[in-house]
Design a binder for this molecule. Structure first.
Ligand SMILES: *[C@@H]1O[C@H](CO)[C@@H](O)[C@H](O)[C@H]1NC(C)=O
Ligand SMILES: *[C@@H]1O[C@H](CO)[C@@H](O)[C@H](O)[C@H]1NC(C)=O
Ligand SMILES: *[C@@H]1O[C@H](CO)[C@@H](O)[C@H](O)[C@H]1NC(C)=O
Ligand SMILES: *[C@@H]1O[C@H](CO)[C@@H](O)[C@H](O)[C@H]1NC(C)=O
Ligand SMILES: *[C@@H]1O[C@H](CO)[C@@H](O)[C@H](O)[C@H]1NC(C)=O
Ligand SMILES: *[C@@H]1O[C@H](CO)[C@@H](O)[C@H](O)[C@H]1NC(C)=O
Ligand SMILES: *[C@@H]1O[C@H](CO)[C@@H](O)[C@H](O)[C@H]1NC(C)=O
Ligand SMILES: *[C@@H]1O[C@H](CO)[C@@H](O)[C@H](O)[C@H]1NC(C)=O
Ligand SMILES: *[C@@H]1O[C@H](CO)[C@@H](O)[C@H](O)[C@H]1NC(C)=O
Length: 886
């Protein structure tokens, strides 16, 4: 046990006296409520946290909302108001408390709360925690609580009508099949639809609700900040936010790190007007603090922090425990060169280590947030970690995620770039809206600040760019919308952020030019500049397999291409007759204008289209083709960004230090940009991410007439790494290598070319007479991994590719629970080999690969118990040539 200097000595015995318990009286109101609409005659049981949709589904009133066009069929539900009510019993002990409050951690959204028929308060923001005084309305025995929600869609429309001018965009594009004016309500913005998700504008109690009684004070929030001194010692700043009942409450505040170390004990006095207490604590050297590191850079050491307050007024203890991590974060935005016109850097530095951000963007994992269990979040974030991601951006059109989400991100070392929840819109700036935003930001920062995973905040998603580029017709009165922008983000939101949490960088928007945007009045002339900040970049009809089409930014925080999710994932929500790429439902499900056409046009640039005469088979093949498109595009673009991390071109472009593709997860079963399907199944892209984000990447490109092979690593090696790379030339029509080149290379930086040769020269004296016939395959000579390949033409032009007879052999259990091994063999080279375990949740060690050896070993990691027999019968395998029928 170690005791900080500024603290009185406390014996081990007394630590146990304050074991983690709370003597406050709390009455949990989660569980079964009645969800009703008297006008329509609905009266069903619904669980809280939850929404009216899941209540109606559980009661059998509606079918799966995701089935076919049910989002349209059930549109009426969102246009109705819904009441939530239940009874609860108050015991004398609770009733005797001096203060009794109703705490609503999340009301969705516009509601009036009644206790025993009397109004206790109102809500209009789903991101605010509401605390209402209910002492005078309660009675011993049975009480009734009722929340009357108003249709979010109707409310937003009313607010829009009342507002003195139009706040665009008014409605989503018709292809989104969505609802209008979502920017007028402080609610999950994508709940009115998005280009990858349906409109289900929920109403309900979406987070915990409880009644709490106390006589003195209760700890509502605890925030922390960690700072490292030049002596290597850590300082921990802890702020404790109380809710206080009487004029003055004094008591003992005590802070403990893990079970063993008392960091602080003091007597404090708090009051309603002075209800927080901030401490700066030096962590004793003997604690030997282990730092928290992002995935791939070290351990994710976490410490439990206990905060207790024991009031003197009455023997009452309020306590809170949180997990914290010790790390520092900095965003480097220095000028890249002396010549300021060459722009600024933009990269994160954690614990003094520059980090190339590898990852994706997170959207809500379901339209019905109550169904997003801890297990589901754990699975999705583990899948991110499994492919070497270290950062996810929690995108501003969704929600501030649950505590569990950030806890798991802390544990897995996934850094979080946290947007504030404003996206793709202008917003109102009337007094009540701004004050609601202030409460929201205050609450969310106090809830989230202690998480080491969160490394940046940004004000909104794409609104700076939208305003500058007139996406929504704001140029009719730019000044008006500009002033609104400034008022909301610069004058309202930022001061709260900076005041509450200056320990992390705050960015005005994403994308933004960062400091440059700020100096240009917060709306930069070119918010998508390659020389400043982050970019969002989408290109749908460019040759996505050619790295030259991509930009050279400092940080790419969004870029992506669509694909269809698997047939298996669609089956529960599509009818047989919908299983046709060109069916009405496939069109309906596609919210991105012309998305299905784009994917076909893209495929045609690279491959021939499947030609099965069976409609269903052809749909399966087309799904596979769109997944190839997406995987190759993201591979090409991401590797391009990674290759540019330590170089500048003559104009100052380069030093790219982030690649977060759009998007990680799916809100439902549809064609989207996601790499993980709604069910958790990995698309081909996700398997590709495991390679293109690998700690060591071999990245070959065809640079004009040259084959140029780069090696990219995450950190500058402390000692140069020497290794041998084998590069082999192959003909598609014959297994085996025509020629091998072995190069010994030395890595002394994060990215560099290790082999650059004129291809014409390489091909001479080989039997590769035409580039279309051949490809290069390369690997580390000793380990075979990592490996990479590059073709000398597209697959559309390739000559000599033959159908491969690929077999699964030697399927075996490994002795490890839920892991199966198998070997696949082939008689021909096979591009894009796809092994599928139909109906089994889990993932392969590799998939979608170019099979360049006659055999390859693969593992399958099941996420559920499954027998060898069942696994065996679920398996199928295909590769590119299988989609072309004679
Ligand atoms: C909700 O409850 C109130 C008060 O009982 C009632 O007036 C209103 O009609 C109810 N709304 C619906 C949609 O049932
Ligand atoms: C709804 O059902 C509950 C029982 O589940 C009942 O107590 C209540 O009176 C019903 N409300 C209406 C408006 O029918
Ligand atoms: C706090 O107050 C108690 C008595 O109320 C006293 O015994 C104790 O020494 C005080 N502790 C500190 C750290 O001042
Ligand atoms: C990570 O944690 C393990 C187990 O606690 C420890 O042995 C190792 O030294 C730690 N590594 C670093 C880099 O801190
Ligand atoms: C533009 O907005 C300003 C308020 O910022 C308003 O006074 C003015 O009338 C608007 N102009 C037009 C043409 O709508
Ligand atoms: C690379 O290959 C050369 C020649 O075979 C060998 O001498 C050298 O030790 C190898 N280097 C490594 C790092 O394996
Ligand atoms: C890294 O290696 C390259 C090629 O061997 C060499 O030109 C360069 O000077 C080295 N850089 C450092 C920092 O050692
Ligand atoms: C590549 O090699 C060929 C054949 O030796 C030669 O004609 C061509 O000029 C070379 N290209 C470049 C860019 O050096
Ligand atoms: C299964 O495959 C993995 C990865 O190739 C390998 O490490 C492991 O030893 C294999 N286990 C068995 C029992 O074959």
């Amino acid at each position: 046990m170690a005791v900080a200097q500024n603290v009185i000595f406390v014996t081990v015995c007394s630590l146990y006296l304050f074991s983690f318990s709370s003597s406050l009286s709390t009455l949990d109101l989660n569980g079964a409520w009645i969800v009703s609409n008297e006008v329509r005659g609905y009266n069903v049981s619904g669980s809280v946290p939850g929404s009216m949709y899941t209540a109606l589904l559980a009661a059998g009133v509606i079918q799966d909302p995701y089935y076919r066009r049910n989002d349209e069929t059930y549109r009426w539900i969102a246009k109705e108001d819904w009441n939530y009510s239940r009874t609860f019993t108050v015991i004398p002990k609770l009733m005797a408390m001096k203060t009794i409050v109703l705490v609503c951690e999340g009301l969705d959204t516009v509601g009036k709360v009644f206790v025993n028929g009397k109004v206790v308060g109102k809500s209009d923001n789903m991101f605010v925690r509401y605390t209402f005084d209910v002492k005078d309305l309660l009675k011993i025995g049975e009480n009734i609580i009722k929340v009357e929600f108003q249709s979010a869609v109707n409310y937003a429309a009313e607010r829009s009508k009342q507002y003195s001018y139009t706040v665009p965009p008014t409605c989503p594009t018709p292809q989104s099949h969505g609802d209008c004016h979502v920017n007028m309500i402080r609610k999950e913005q994508c709940s009115f639809s998005w280009d990858w998700g349906p409109s289900f504008p929920t109403q309900g109690i979406w987070r915990d609700i409880y009644i709490q009684g106390y006589n003195s004070a209760v700890i509502r929030d605890v925030t922390t900040e960690t700072m490292r001194g030049s002596d290597g010692l850590w300082t921990l700043q802890v702020a404790v936010f109380f809710e206080v009942t009487s004029v003055l409450v004094s008591g003992q505040l005590r802070i403990q790190l893990d079970k063993t170390t008392v960091l602080h004990v003091s007597n404090i006095t708090i009051s309603q007007s002075n209800s927080s207490h901030t401490l700066t604590l030096k962590i004793p050297k003997e604690e030997n603090i282990m730092m928290w590191w992002p995935n791939g850079y070290g351990n994710q050491t976490l410490y439990q922090l206990y905060v207790y307050f024991e009031s003197k007024i009455s023997p009452e203890i309020s306590s809170k425990k949180i997990k914290i991590g010790f790390r520092t974060v900095k965003l480097n935005q220095e000028y890249v060169t002396q010549n300021k016109s060459q722009g600024r850097e933009f990269y994160f530095v954690i614990n003094g280590q520059s980090i190339f951000a590898k990852g994706s963007n997170w959207v809500p994992a379901d339209s019905f947030l109550e169904t997003v269990t801890r297990a589901r979040i754990q699975n999705r974030l583990q899948s991110a970690k499994d492919v070497h991601m270290n950062m996810l951006r929690v995108w501003g059109g969704g929600v501030y995620e649950s505590d569990e989400f950030y806890e798991i991100a802390d544990e897995l070392g996934i850094m979080i770039w946290q947007d504030f929840m404003f996206g793709c819109a202008m917003y109102p700036t009337d007094k009540s809206f701004l004050s609601s935003v202030t409460s929201e930001v205050l609450h969310q920062i106090r809830r989230l600040k202690h998480h080491p995973s969160i490394i940046a905040y940004s004000g909104n998603n794409e609104n700076e760019k939208a305003l500058r580029q007139n996406w929504y017709g704001t140029s009719t009165n730019f000044t008006r919308y500009y002033n609104d922008y400034i008022q909301l983000y610069k004058e309202t939101l930022m001061p709260v952020v900076v005041n509450e949490d200056s320990s992390r960088p705050f960015l005005p928007s994403s994308p933004t030019d960062g400091l440059e945007s700020e100096s240009e009045g917060w709306v930069a002339q070119d918010p998508g500049s390659e020389y400043f900040g982050d970019i969002h970049d989408y290109r749908y009809l460019d040759p996505y397999f050619d790295y030259k089409v991509y930009r050279i930014p400092r940080f790419a925080s969004e870029y992506g291409l669509q694909s269809w999710c698997s047939y298996e994932t669609l089956e529960p929500v599509f009818a047989e007759s919908d299983m046709d790429y060109w069916s009405d439902l496939c069109d309906y499900r596609q919210h991105h204008p012309f998305g299905n056409f784009q994917m076909m046009a893209e495929a045609l640039l690279y491959m021939k289209l499947p030609n099965s005469s069976d409609v269903k088979q052809k749909f399966k093949d087309l799904i596979y083709i769109t997944q190839i498109n997406q995987a190759i595009a993201m591979k090409t673009e991401t590797e391009h960004y990674r290759r540019w991390q330590n170089r500048l071109d003559s104009t100052g472009r380069g030093h790219t230090m982030g690649a977060l593709y759009w998007q990680l997860d799916d809100i439902w079963q549809a064609p989207t940009w996601a790499s993980i399907e709604y069910t958790g199944k990995w698309k081909m892209l996700h398997y590709y991410a495991r390679h293109f984000f690998a700690p060591m990447l071999i990245s070959p490109i065809m640079d004009g007439e040259f084959l140029d092979v780069y090696v990219v690593v995450d950190q500058v090696p402390p000692q140069p790494i020497t290794n041998n790379l084998t590069i082999s030339l192959h003909r598609w029509d014959q297994m085996g290598a025509l020629q091998n080149w072995v190069v010994e290379f030395k890595i002394n930086s994060t990215a560099g070319s290790v082999f650059r040769r004129n291809v014409t020269d390489l091909l001479t004296k080989t039997s590769c007479d035409l580039p279309q016939r051949c490809f290069f395959y390369m690997y580390l000579t000793n380990t075979q991994e990592p490996s990479a390949w590059v073709t000398l033409s597209t697959f559309r032009e390739a000559i000599g590719l033959q159908k491969a007879n690929i077999k699964i052999t030697n399927l075996r259990t490994t002795g490890e629970d839920k892991i199966f091994n198998l070997t696949i063999t082939t008689d021909n080279f096979a591009p894009f080999v796809w092994i599928d375990a139909y109906g089994i949740k889990g993932r392969f060690s590799d998939n979608g690969f170019l099979l360049a050896q006659s055999q390859k070993n693969i593992s399958f990691y099941a996420w559920e118990s499954v027998t060898l027999d069942r696994f065996n019968s679920s398996l199928s395998i295909k590769s590119l040539m299988d989609v072309y029928y004679e």
